[in-house]
Structures are given as C-alpha cells and as structure tokens.
Design a protein around this ligand. Structure first.
Ligand code: NAD
Length: 546
C-alpha cells in the first residue's frame, strides 16, 4: 500500500478539433460515421455490470433520416430498478472506501480514452443519434465531457482539502461522506456531455448511481457507458436503465427508502413533477434527499443603440440556430433598438442566406434535424401560429419538411406584442423572436426583459457604451445565471463559465464546478482531543478568595 498523497494533474480545457477538409481528423470521423451507420446495436439495461435484455424495446433512429434504424434499446421497469438499487447499495461500501486517487484515476482515464481512441465513436454516435454537426458534436461529446471529467477531479481534490481550524489541543477534521443511499441521475437528450456528467459527478464523490438516459438519445449514452466500463468503473457504481417512459424508472426509484439524491437536467415541467413526487414521499426516506435540477431557458439578447451591428447579428445566428436552437442557453428572445435594427436584420438575413440545412454527414450543413417527431410538431405549431397571428410575423425562414428527416429552417419571428407567446415560452428549436423597441426606452426594455419570462438561465447585452453595460448588468442581476457582455449567450466552457440559472431554470448548482460536487457529499465534522478533561469543574466555579 503506497503512502503517497498524490496531487491530481492540473486540468486545462480540451482543444477543439477543426475537422478541416483534407485533415486526418475529418477522415477518421467520416470513417467512424460509415462504420456506425453500417451496424445495429442492441442496447440492454446494465445492472451491477450485467447486461439485461428485457425484450420490451424501442427503435433508435437517425433524426435526419428517420427510416435509418441505429438499433434498439431494452426498457427497464420496476423489476430492473429494484435490482439496480440492490446493485448500487452492494457496490457502495467498497466504492466509497476506495482511495480518492483510485476513483480519480478512473475518471482521468475516461477523459484520456475520450480524448483519444473513443473520440470518433462518441462524436459519430452523437452526430447520428442526435443530429449534431461535427463541430457541435466535438464541443459537446468530446471536449465538454473530457473537461467535466478532468475539472471535476480537480475540484473534488480541492473540496476534500477544505478542512476546519485546529487551534488548541484538538485536531478537527471534515470528512466528506457520500450521501447515504443512491443517487438517481435523469438526463436530457441535447448534450452527450450532460448525459455523462450527471451520473459521474456524484460517482466521483463516492456515491453509487441509477442512471436513466434520455429515451431520445440512448444511442450515444450507451457508448458512453461502455467507455466508463473500459476506464475501469466497478460494476454497480453506475447502473444504466434505459426506458421509453421516464416514469417507468423514476417512479420505482423515488419510491425507495434508499433514494438520497436527484441529479436532473431537462424541462422544468419534468423537474416540477419529480420534486413534487419526492415531496409527497419525504417521510418515507431515510435521509432528506439532495435535489439538483437544471431546467429550461428563455434566453435573451438585448442590443443597445451603441452596439456593433455585425457582432449582434452573428450572436443572433450562432446563439439561436446552432444545434437547431436545441440548447437550454439558445437565444430565443431578442430586444433590438429601432435605430440599428434595419442593419442588424439585413446582416442576419445575409448570414442565414448562406446557411444550409441537412444531414450532418455532409459537413457543409450548418443546421441539421431536430430530435424527433414530437419536437418537430411542437416547434412547427409555433411557426404556424405566428404565420396566422396579427401580433407577429415571420420575417425569415419558416419552411419545414419531415418527409426524410425532421428539418426546420432557421426562423425569425417579429413580435409586435412583447408578450407574444414566442417571446415567453421555451420552444427548443430553430426559432427566435425579435421585439423592436424605441431607442429612448432602453430602461423600460430592461424591465421588460427581467419581467417577461419565468426562466433565468442565460442572457446577453450588446453595447459599446460602458455605462449602459453597467446599467444592464445591474437591472438584469436576477434575470440570468450566466450573463454575457458582447458575446452570444451559448457555449459555456467548463472551468471558465460554470453553468446554471435560477428562477424556473433550476437550482443553479453550476455543473462542472465545486458548487455542484458539494451537493453530493454529506459532511461529517470530527473532533479528536489529545488530552481530554478529567474532571467536570471549571475555574469560574470555584469560590472567591476570603
Ligand atoms: P425532458 O424533461 O423531456 O426529459 C428529461 C429527462 O427526464 C429524460 O430522460 C426523460 O425520460 C426524463 N423523465 C421524464 N419524465 C420522467 C419521470 N416521471 N421520471 C423520471 N424521469 C422522467 O427534457 P428533454 O427534452 O430531454 O431536454 C430538453 C430540456 O432540457 C429543455 O427544457 C432544456 O432547456 C433543458 N436543458 C437544460 C439544461 C440546463 O443546464 N439548464 C441543459 C440541457 C437541457
């Protein structure tokens, strides 16, 4: 047994590969895309390291070519959840007792496997299963997840090192115990990195986990599980439970007395439901559960008349339409001053004219398909309603076609009423809405921005006037957990802009930072006295001298 107390390697952000024409990286990714397209995978539940094929299955299809089946996944239900809870509880003792250096090494190895031999597989799976272009897959499935693994190890080490004072004849320690019970990780479709982070962050802190991957992105999630297995994650630490209906896993998991924490990312509606279910069952749990949930957004860009027109237009195009607007941080309400709006509008239109929508296997397509038929129907209903409304008009895009894949053209709606539905509701697609305000009502517009939406996730101010930037930062203090000055409101980087928002956007526990990891421990304060008192009496208790 070594007596070393090793420091973990200092993390730095994984460089983003360019995939330029003629590069080896592009050729390798294209080759992996062809290989995966040529195979079908049968995805089981994985409980205590054992594959469980339940026989009740759902097909996984390519969103941009829905006739192409990638494979099928087997549904977990109440029986599998019960087995997974047993497996998680059985694995817990050894995992929690494992030296942190060993737990850390497993996730550092996962980072290196993903940066190297597994990179093309995770990127290609994300491109095929979630319709991301090469760049969007690279910044998500590769870089962000590698960063989560490496930075979380670093933050965990810092957290464990945080110890109380020991001023006298006692030695005080803080033990960072994992939660008593299992953590349920419930993940969204839109980021492979989030699917990876939600089960692994609690696991790094010594917890064991039931992971319910998104039924809309189980394909990449399965490859991710296999990567963790190769990295050396012991059986039962993370139990993989795919399901077509989230409740089939959620309900029995929340019904267990051993449920100790929820790590959720998804819509506010689902989170509200889960929190209410937990509240109803509270007396049945052995411990008050930790609840961490990052939810939706209605993210804004506000431009001031002093803003740089091309910078605003570019932020609108990238912020609203990259990954088809299916980012919780996507800009979906725009407040533009009347004086420069005609120029911004012309530049957005000119940039959108050069964008093509189509399959990500063709690297020239900037915009790909939305995730599935349900999303397609929900998003296009907003477009149809805007086309028919007197309060709004479609000024760019608006076309859609689901005959081969779920394609929706980048669409800009102009709202004449700042409370028109698409200024207020999360659409989660390539649709953004602009409201043009009179230049002399900038202060009133900031009030509008703050009060329009129940969400408070991301937002951006564009201005060159420094006093205006300060005014917006102050007035919009509670309107966004991630605030951007002269930059688009998407693209947060682990270790640089820890991510999360408040109000209806979640518990704001900042994924990829110590603030998140601290939620997965239950600290125990320990005092050891070296020379204990041997009698109860104190000097103050003695009588005054005569
Ligand atoms: P969703 O709410 O439809 O689903 C999220 C997960 O919850 C899925 O795995 C689903 O199966 C599961 N689920 C649903 N009902 C359940 C139940 N009763 N019990 C257990 N699990 C259940 O969300 P989605 O469509 O996958 O993701 C998009 C949403 O996620 C958007 O609202 C987006 O803004 C949000 N999001 C937020 C962040 C953030 O950091 N704030 C990041 C990414 C996505």
């Amino acid at each position: 047994m070594t007596n070393a107390r090793p420091s973990t390697p200092p993390p730095s952000n994984e460089p983003v590969r360019a995939y330029a024409p003629g590069s080896d990286a592009r050729a390798a990714l294209q080759q992996r895309l062809r290989e995966l397209r040529g195979q079908r995978v049968d995805v089981p539940a994985i409980i205590g390291g054992e594959a469980v094929f339940t026989g009740a299955t759902t097909e996984m299809v390519v969103p941009h070519e829905h006739s192409h089946v990638l494979g099928e996944f087997h549904h977990a239900g109440a029986d599998e959840v019960a087995q997974a809870i047993d497996a998680a509880q059985a694995a817990k003792g050894e995992w929690a007792a494992m030296d942190f250096a060993d737990r850390a090494a497993i996730f550092l190895r996962a980072a290196d496997l993903l940066a190297g031999p597994w990179r093309d597989t995770l990127n290609a799976a994300t491109m095929l299963g979630q319709s991301k272009n090469a760049h969007q897959a690279e910044i998500d499935a590769a870089c962000e997840l590698i960063d989560f693994f490496r930075f979380n190890v670093h933050y965990a080490e810092q957290l464990y090192a945080e110890q109380p004072n020991s001023p006298g004849a006692a030695w005080n320690q803080m033990q960072y115990r994992p939660l008593e019970g299992f953590v349920l990780a419930v993940t969204p479709f839109n980021f492979t990195s989030i699917q990876g982070n939600l089960p692994t962050a609690p696991a790094l802190m010594g917890n064991t986990v039931l992971w319910k991957p998104s039924e809309r992105a189980t394909y990449a999630a399965y490859f991710l599980y296999k990567l963790l297995e190769e990295a050396g994650l012991p059986d039962g630490v993370i139990n993989f439970l795919p399901a077509e209906n989230g409740a089939d896993v959620g309900d029995p998991a929340l019904a267990s007395e051993h449920f100790a924490g929820l790590h959720f990312t998804g819509s506010a509606g689902t989170f509200n439901h889960l929190w209410s279910s937990i509240g109803e069952r509270l007396p049945t749990y052995r411990t008050y559960p930790t609840i961490v949930g990052e939810t939706g957004g209605k993210d804004f860009i506000v431009a001031h008349a002093s803003a740089d027109v091309d910078a605003v237009a570019t932020a609108i195009v990238r912020g609203s339409f990259e990954y088809q607007g299916q980012k919780c941080s996507a800009s979906s309400r725009l407040y533009m001053p009347a004086s420069i709006w005609p120029e911004i509008r012309a530049e957005v239109a000119a940039q959108l004219d050069t964008i093509t929508t189509g399959p990500p296997e063709d690297f020239t397509n900037f915009v790909n398909a939305v995730i599935d038929q349900r999303a397609f129907d929900e998003i296009t209903a907003y477009i149809d309603a805007a086309a028919a409304s007197d309060d709004a008009e479609i000024i760019m895009g608006g076309a859609y076609d689901d005959s081969d894949g779920y394609f929706i053209e980048p669409t800009v709606i102009q709202a004449h009423d700042p409370h028109y539905a698409t200024m207020e509701e999360e659409i989660f697609g390539p649709v953004t809405t602009v409201y043009v305000y009179p230049d002399d009502d900038f202060a009133g517009t900031l009030d509008l921005v703050d009060e329009t939406s129940p969400y408070a996730l991301t937002g951006a101010i564009f201005a060159r006037d420094r006093a205006v930037i300060r005014q917006a930062m102050d007035r919009l203090e509670q309107a966004a957990g991630n605030f951007y000055i002269n930059d688009k409101p998407t693209g947060a980087v682990v270790g640089q802009q820890p991510f999360g928002g408040a109000r209806r956007s979640g518990t704001n526990d900042k994924a990829g930072s110590w603030l998140n990891l601290v939620r997965w421990v239950s600290p125990r304060a320990i005092k050891e006295t070296f020379t204990p008192a041997t009698h109860y009496s104190y000097p103050w208790n003695a009588p005054d001298a005569a």
